[in-house]
Design a protein around this ligand. Structure first.
Ligand SMILES: Cc1cc2nc3c(=O)[nH]c(=O)nc-3n(C[C@H](O)[C@H](O)[C@H](O)COP(=O)(O)OP(=O)(O)OC[C@H]3O[C@@H](n4cnc5c(N)ncnc54)[C@H](O)[C@@H]3O)c2cc1C
Length: 411
């Protein structure tokens, strides 16, 4: 196994549990599973409580359709059971994300390392693979920096987003789709939002126009001092990752701060304010008070050019229209990419069309398996990226073991 991350460990443990005696993990750094350790803010969002494979695939901007087959064999429920069988209980949070009961990513690292040890998996750290070749007589030969040569009948490439893995795959004949960042926040040209930094709001509708392409998400956003973050923003940028990269991160974002409230309902709310709060100022009394934070409302007044001491009874119709626009379809220019969310992944990697996804095995180079982030698959935030690693690692481990023990009837 080349790469000691989530996918590499899952594949190594699975192959060893299926009876393969000599499973070796070659890890470039001194510390395997380092991304698992740093993930989820140190808590590791292991998977998501989404049990239906047909629904699960909807969380993968790249890999959606092709993942149906793999998830029908090993999905979130299987991952939860797999970890429980090895002593790691996962608990679900209100939004469906699943974390270890101990609430520490080190518990996940410890579980995977213990399971690998129990099965006699050999872990070599500081083993950076610089070349991988295959010939008919000797099978695969990997060369590590420093010159060590390793022979193997089967190899799994699970090098995550590291460029060396993409190069090794390309040298064995694979088409590699150029990586682009996914799951980032948006930097907006929106000076009126600066004073709203720190406000988190549910049920916000985001409509992104990137050239001819359109993307929509509805959900929770966080206003930051550079623009927008939060789960809905990250989902939006994940689905729009390629279009945004092509447009050099220039786009237009239309925001409805009152998500599911229609324009007609909003107009009724504004008219109600005119009657019920006629003598009060717009700064003092706002519509949808339970939903719309005061700081945001004040910035909407600013954006619409409404004076803070304007009384509801005297609000001119044209200002009412402007307010409606601010609340329901406020347009912002996207200036670029903001900082990455907690979870950073790349979109792109080994083309799925060249992989037998039932076995995670290369069609160009039989005996070579590919799993995890190195593949052209990425999920939105919420535990979906690790789920893909567990699934692809498990399938690769099973397939490699079946092929090596000779019990594979499909070969
Ligand atoms: C800060 C952060 C937080 C995240 N949080 C979450 C989360 O909570 N939930 C979630 O689902 N996803 C999360 N992700 C995404 C998730 O970490 C990745 O999708 C996942 O780690 C990919 O696993 P992998 O095994 O494919 O690759 P990696 O975890 O990157 O492992 C690849 C391993 O291969 C090694 N390697 C690379 N090249 C070579 C080589 N040539 N020779 C030998 N070894 C090599 C690397 O050193 C590395 O250890 C997070 C990502 C980041 C950056």
């Amino acid at each position: 196994m080349i790469g000691g991350g989530a996918a590499g460990f899952m594949a190594a443990i699975t192959a060893a549990e299926q009876g393969i005696r000599r499973v070796r993990v070659l890890e470039a750094t001194a510390e395997p599973l380092s991304k698992v350790r740093m993930s989820g803010g140190g808590r590791c969002n292991v998977t998501h409580a989404c049990w239906d494979p047909r629904e699960l695939v909807g969380h993968y901007p790249r890999g959606q359709r092709p993942l149906r087959g793999p998830f029908s064999r090993f999905a979130s429920g299987d991952a939860v059971a797999w970890f429980a069988e090895r002593g790691l209980v996962l608990v679900e949070e209100a939004d469906g994300r699943m974390f270890p009961e101990a609430n520490r990513s080190s518990a996940v690292v410890a579980c995977l390392r213990q399971a690998a040890r129990d099965q006699g998996v050999v872990l070599s750290t500081g083993a950076f693979v610089t070349s991988l070749k295959k010939d008919r007589i000797n099978g695969f030969q990997a060369e590590c920096r420093g010159g060590e040569l390793i022979q193997a009948n089967r190899v799994l490439l699970a090098t995550g987003g590291h460029p060396s893995g993409r190069r090794l795959a390309a040298e064995l004949g694979h088409r590699v789709i150029a990586p682009v960042p996914s799951l980032f926040t948006l930097a907006l040209d929106a000076p009126q939002l600066v004073g709203c930094a720190g406000i988190a709001l549910d049920d916000v509708r985001l409509d992104l126009e990137v050239g001819e392409a359109r993307f929509r998400q509805v959900g929770r956003v966080l206003i930051t001092h550079w623009g927008l973050s939060g789960p809905a923003t990250l989902r939006l940028t994940a689905f729009a990752a390629r279009a945004l990269q092509s447009s050099r991160y220039r786009a237009t974002l239309q925001v409805s701060w009152v998500g599911s409230v229609t324009q007609e309902q909003l107009l009724v709310e504004l008219r109600d304010q005119r009657i019920q709060s006629a003598r009060r100022t717009l700064a003092a009394s706002r519509p949808l008070a339970g939903q719309l934070p005061r700081r945001l409302w004040l910035s909407m007044l600013d954006g619409a050019g409404v004076a803070l001491d304007q009384r509801w009874s005297d609000l001119p119709g044209r200002l009412e229209q402007r307010l409606l626009q601010q609340l329901h379809r406020c347009r912002y220019t996207v200036k670029g990419r903001g900082p990455f969310g907690e979870e950073f992944v790349t979109a792109g990697g080994v083309d799925l069309g060249e992989i037998d996804l039932a076995r995670m095995e290369s069609r160009c180079c039989p005996g070579l398996h590919v799993a995890g982030e190195l593949l052209d698959v990425d999920g939105v935030t919420g535990g979906f990226n690790f789920q893909h690693c567990w699934t692809s690692g498990w399938l690769a481990g099973q397939a490699a073991a079946l092929a090596l023990t000779g019990s594979d009837q499909t070969r």
